[in-house]
Structure formats: structure tokens, C-alpha cells
Design a protein around this ligand. Sequence first.
Ligand code: GTP
Ligand code: MG
Length: 200
Amino acid sequence: MKIKSAKFEMSNTQVDKCPKGTRPEYAFIGRSNVGKSSLINMLLNQSKLAKTSGKPGKTQLINHFIVNDQWYLVDLPGYGYAKVSKTQKEKFQGFITDYFFKREQLTCAFVLIDIRLEPQKIDLDFMSFLGENGIPFVMVFTKSDKLTLNKINQNIAFYHKTMLEFWEDFPNYFVTSAENGMGREDILLYIEQLNVDSAG
Ligand code: GTP
Ligand code: MG
């Protein structure tokens, strides 16, 4: 799919205030600092549309970006960031889970996982939450430029093994790098197909 246009539309913390209409949307979620905002910029061929930072906790709102005047990418705050206060953490969790429960336009969630780390409980728990609530999702391994291909395959195999202890199937997954563009074409093709399906 060609990206002809990509624009910021709005930020907020209330799912009821998110854009109206029936355009399909895709939300990027995962631990703070995993690379959600960077991946959005990489997919959209932008350098600064979504705000990124070396420090975790940068994205704090639900951010809608409209692509090709047709569909939305949604940049969400990370979960599992220990340095925000407890009340703020509860608020994030509240509005993030609210978003997933209520947002009918959500066509697929992209759960980002740092390819360098062993499976983390918080990610497994979050995917269980999505699964239990029937929310479609895929996994996106990030920062693949930091590992060799061998190590990438090893880590994915280990993830696979861990998840099969709880799940019947391993979800669809993508291996990406915001640094070198790996995974870009595959994700855009996947979204294009879902856009077609949701229109039919
Ligand atoms: P929060 O908004 O805080 O939840 O973080 P985020 O998940 O949006 O992460 P962000 O995109 O801001 O990236 C965090 C850091 O990781 C930044 O320093 C990025 O440059 C770096 N980073 C993100 N993606 C990649 C990648 O694919 N490869 C490498 N090497 N670094 C990356
Ligand atoms: Mg971010």
C-alpha cells in the first residue's frame, strides 16, 4: 500500500471523544519504550509525526493519525512504566482498557514486543486480556536491528514455546526495525487486506 497522506487528527484520554465514523483503525500498544511511536513514523514515512523519546513514558494520550484519508493508526501510551505515579498508572490502565473494550472501529491491535527480551509477564498478561475479550491482535517484534538473524529466530522460537503453554496457536507476527524499515511492507500489506475485508 502506498502512503499518500498521514496527518495527526487528535489526542485525548476518553474513548467517547475519539473520531466518529466507521473508518477502520489499528492501535499500537506495548511496554513503554518498546518503539510504538517510532514504528508508526517508520510505517508512515515520517520522522516526527508521532513523538518519540529515549526515555519511557513519552506518549501519554490516545493519538489518532489519519492515513490516506481512509483509516487510522493509533499511538497509545505504554504500559508497565514504573516511574509514573500510582494514580497516573491507574488512569492509564483505565483509559487504555476502556479504549480496547469500547472502540468498535478497532480492527486489529498491534502488540509490540522488544525482540531482545525473554517473554515478559506483562506482555503475556496483556495478550491474554485481548484474547479473553475477543479483540483481534498480532504481535510485532521491535528493534530487530539490534540482533543477528540467528538470535532473532532463536528468540521467536522461545516465545513460541512459551506461548504454546497457554495458547493453542501462536498469533500472527511481524519482525520489524524502525531503524532500517524491516517489516514495513508486510505490515502495510496486512493492514490493506484488513481494510478491504472491513469494507466488504
Ligand atoms: P512510550 O511512548 O514512552 O510508551 O514509548 P514508545 O513505545 O512509543 O517508544 P519510542 O518510539 O518513543 O522509542 C523508544 C526508544 O527506542 C527511542 O530511543 C527510539 O529511538 C528507540 N527505538 C524505537 N524503535 C527502534 C528500533 O527499531 N531500533 C532501534 N535500534 N531503536 C529503536
Ligand atoms: Mg510513544
